[in-house]
Design a protein around this ligand. Structure first.
Ligand SMILES: Nc1ncnc2c1ncn2[C@@H]1O[C@H](COP(=O)(O)OP(=O)(O)OP(=O)(O)O)[C@@H](O)[C@H]1O
Ligand SMILES: [Mg+2]
Length: 251
C-alpha cells in the first residue's frame, strides 16, 4: 500500500520546506524511491529538492490543447495517461518529481487537476511513499488535488492568522469528505528550547507537533536554494524526520 502525505497551510509557513525535507528523510530512511508531487501552481518544490522541474502538467496541457483533447485513434485511456506520465515525470535516483505547473491563459485548472488526480492515482501503486506539496490556503482542497491522503500535515507559524487558516483547512477537509487518515497540526519555526512549552493544539486534529527554526535553512533565504545539503543534525530536518516517522509508524 502507498503511504500518501499531503502538506497544507497558510502562505509562507514552510509547507514546501517541510515537504522537501520529508522527501529527503523518506529516501534516506527507507531506501525506496519516493514520489514528490508539486501541486502548487507557483512550483518550487523541485528547486528545494535540487531538481529543476522538467515539463509540467500545465505545459503538457498546453500542447494537448493545440492537438485537441480527443484521444489519438487506437490509443486507450490508460495508454494515454501512461504517455502523459512519461512526459511529466522527472525521474531521479532517490525520488521522482511530478510538477503540476500553471495552466496558461484564461480558464480554470479543472483539466490539470483532473490529470493530476488521475496520474497520482495511477502512479500511487508504483511507490511506497508519495509526498504532495500544496499551494497556500484552501483552494486545493476545494479543487480536490488531495483526493486521498494517509496524513494531512497542516502547517502554521504560531500566528493567530495561520492557526485560523489551519482550523478552516481542517473544517473544509471534513466538509468536502476528503479521505484523510489523520490530520496533524504542525507548528513551524519554533525557537530552540520553546518546543515543549508552546505547541498549540486545535480540535479536529489527531496530533500536534513542532518544528524548530533552522539557521542553516534561514541563511539560504533565497527560495531557489536546494535543501539537499542540510545536515541530518539540523534542528528542522531532524524534527521533520521525527514527525514523519511518528505518523507513518501509526499506519
Ligand atoms: N524550520 C525552518 N527554519 C528556518 N527557515 C524556514 C523553516 N521553514 C521554512 N523556512 C523559510 O521560510 C520561508 C518560507 O518557506 P516555504 O517556501 O517552505 O513556505 P511555503 O508555505 O511553502 O510558502 P508558499 O505558501 O509561498 O508556498 C523560506 O524562506 C524558508 O527557507
Ligand atoms: Mg510552497
Amino acid at each position: 500500500m502507498t503511504y500518501v502525505i499531503a502538506v497544507a497551510g497558510k502562505g509562507g509557513v514552510g509547507k514546501t520546506t517541510f515537504a522537501a525535507l520529508a522527501v529527503r528523510h523518506l529516501c534516506d530512511a527507507t531506501g525506496d524511491v519516493v514520489l514528490a508531487v508539486d501541486a502548487d501552481p507557483n512550483s518550487n518544490l523541485g528547486e528545494k529538492l535540487g531538481t529543476p522541474p522538467g515539463r509540467t502538467l500545465g505545459d503538457i496541457r498546453e500542447e494537448m490543447l493545440v492537438n485537441g483533447d480527443e484521444l489519438p485513434k487506437g490509443v486507450s485511456k490508460q495508454e494515454h495517461i501512461d504517455y502523459q506520465i512519461r512526459l511529466a515525470l522527472k525521474e531521479g535516483h532517490e525520488f521522482d518529481l511530478l510538477t503540476m505547473g500553471r495552466q496558461e491563459g484564461p480558464g480554470c485548472y479543472c483539466y490539470v487537476n483532473n490529470m493530476l488526480r488521475t496520474i497520482v492515482d495511477s502512479l500511487a501503486d508504483r511507490y511506497k511513499y508519495v509526498v504532495i506539496d500544496n499551494e497556500a490556503g484552501m483552494e486545493h482542497l476545494s479543487r480536490r488535488t488531495t483526493k486521498r491522503s494517509d496524513v494531512l500535515f497542516v502547517l502554521h507559524d504560531g500566528s493567530k492568522a495561520s492557526l485560523e487558516a489551519s482550523r478552516r483547512i481542517s473544517a473544509l477537509a471534513d466538509e468536502m469528505k476528503i479521505k484523510i487518515g489523520r490530520k496533524a497540526l504542525v507548528c513551524n519555526l519554533l525557537s530552540s528550547g520553546s518546543e515543549a512549552l508552546s505547541i498549540p493544539e486545535l480540535p479536529g486534529f489527531d496530533a500536534a507537533y513542532g518544528i524548530r527554526r533552522s539557521s542553516k535553512i534561514q541563511a539560504k533565504m533565497v527560495e531557489m536554494e536546494s535543501l539537499m545539503d542540510i545536515p541530518k543534525t539540523d534542528p528542522a530536518f531532524s524534527d521533520v524526520a521525527r514527525v514523519v516517522d511518528a505518523e507513518r509508524k501509526r499506519n
